[in-house]
Design a protein around this ligand. Sequence first.
Ligand SMILES: [Zn+2]
Ligand SMILES: [Zn+2]
Length: 82
Amino acid sequence: MQCWICAAPANGTCRFCGRAVCRQDAKLHSFVLEVYPADGTLYGLAVEDALYCGVCKPRAEPVRMDFLSEPPEAVSNDTGKQ
Ligand SMILES: [Zn+2]
Ligand SMILES: [Zn+2]
Protein backbone atom coordinates (compact mmCIF):
# COMPACT_ATOMS: atom_id res chain seq x y z
CA MET A 1 0.00 0.00 0.00
CA GLN A 2 1.19 3.51 -0.81
CA CYS A 3 0.79 6.80 1.01
CA TRP A 4 -2.25 8.74 -0.17
CA ILE A 5 -0.26 11.98 -0.11
CA CYS A 6 3.25 11.23 -1.40
CA ALA A 7 3.00 7.64 -2.77
CA ALA A 8 5.78 6.36 -0.48
CA PRO A 9 5.27 2.99 1.22
CA ALA A 10 2.51 3.49 3.77
CA ASN A 11 3.05 2.88 7.48
CA GLY A 12 -0.57 2.88 8.52
CA THR A 13 -4.12 3.81 7.65
CA CYS A 14 -6.23 6.71 8.80
CA ARG A 15 -8.53 5.73 11.66
CA PHE A 16 -11.30 7.83 10.18
CA CYS A 17 -11.39 7.25 6.43
CA GLY A 18 -9.01 4.32 5.80
CA ARG A 19 -6.57 6.17 3.56
CA ALA A 20 -3.02 4.81 3.82
CA VAL A 21 -0.34 7.25 4.89
CA CYS A 22 3.41 7.13 5.49
CA ARG A 23 5.01 8.08 8.78
CA GLN A 24 5.95 11.55 7.54
CA ASP A 25 2.47 12.49 6.38
CA ALA A 26 0.55 10.83 9.20
CA LYS A 27 -1.06 13.16 11.68
CA LEU A 28 -2.75 12.59 14.99
CA HIS A 29 -6.36 13.31 15.81
CA SER A 30 -8.51 12.43 18.78
CA PHE A 31 -10.88 9.55 18.06
CA VAL A 32 -14.03 8.94 20.05
CA LEU A 33 -14.60 5.25 20.68
CA GLU A 34 -17.84 5.47 22.57
CA VAL A 35 -20.18 8.10 23.97
CA TYR A 36 -22.44 7.36 26.88
CA PRO A 37 -24.73 9.43 29.09
CA ALA A 38 -24.22 9.54 32.86
CA ASP A 39 -25.60 11.94 35.45
CA GLY A 40 -27.29 13.96 32.71
CA THR A 41 -23.98 14.54 30.90
CA LEU A 42 -22.46 12.89 27.85
CA TYR A 43 -19.11 11.22 28.45
CA GLY A 44 -16.86 9.78 25.78
CA LEU A 45 -14.13 7.17 25.67
CA ALA A 46 -11.55 8.59 23.30
CA VAL A 47 -8.09 7.98 21.90
CA GLU A 48 -6.21 11.27 21.85
CA ASP A 49 -3.64 10.34 19.23
CA ALA A 50 -5.34 8.13 16.67
CA LEU A 51 -3.67 7.97 13.25
CA TYR A 52 -5.14 10.61 10.97
CA CYS A 53 -4.37 11.21 7.28
CA GLY A 54 -4.86 14.99 7.41
CA VAL A 55 -7.03 14.85 4.30
CA CYS A 56 -10.44 13.75 5.51
CA LYS A 57 -12.56 15.82 7.85
CA PRO A 58 -13.67 13.99 10.98
CA ARG A 59 -16.74 15.63 12.48
CA ALA A 60 -16.29 17.27 15.84
CA GLU A 61 -19.86 16.34 16.69
CA PRO A 62 -21.79 13.09 16.24
CA VAL A 63 -23.61 12.59 12.95
CA ARG A 64 -27.20 11.38 13.05
CA MET A 65 -27.49 7.71 12.12
CA ASP A 66 -31.21 7.60 11.44
CA PHE A 67 -30.70 5.55 8.29
CA LEU A 68 -29.33 2.68 10.40
CA SER A 69 -32.46 2.28 12.49
CA GLU A 70 -35.13 -0.09 11.26
CA PRO A 71 -38.49 -0.97 12.72
CA PRO A 72 -38.15 -3.78 15.34
CA GLU A 73 -41.06 -5.61 13.68
CA ALA A 74 -39.01 -6.33 10.55
CA VAL A 75 -36.29 -8.07 12.54
CA SER A 76 -38.66 -10.23 14.59
CA ASN A 77 -40.55 -11.27 11.45
CA ASP A 78 -37.39 -12.51 9.78
CA THR A 79 -36.32 -14.65 12.75
CA GLY A 80 -39.86 -15.97 13.19
CA LYS A 81 -39.92 -17.51 9.71
CA GLN A 82 -36.86 -19.65 10.45
ZN1 LIG B 1 3.51 10.22 2.56
ZN1 LIG C 1 -8.50 10.18 6.85
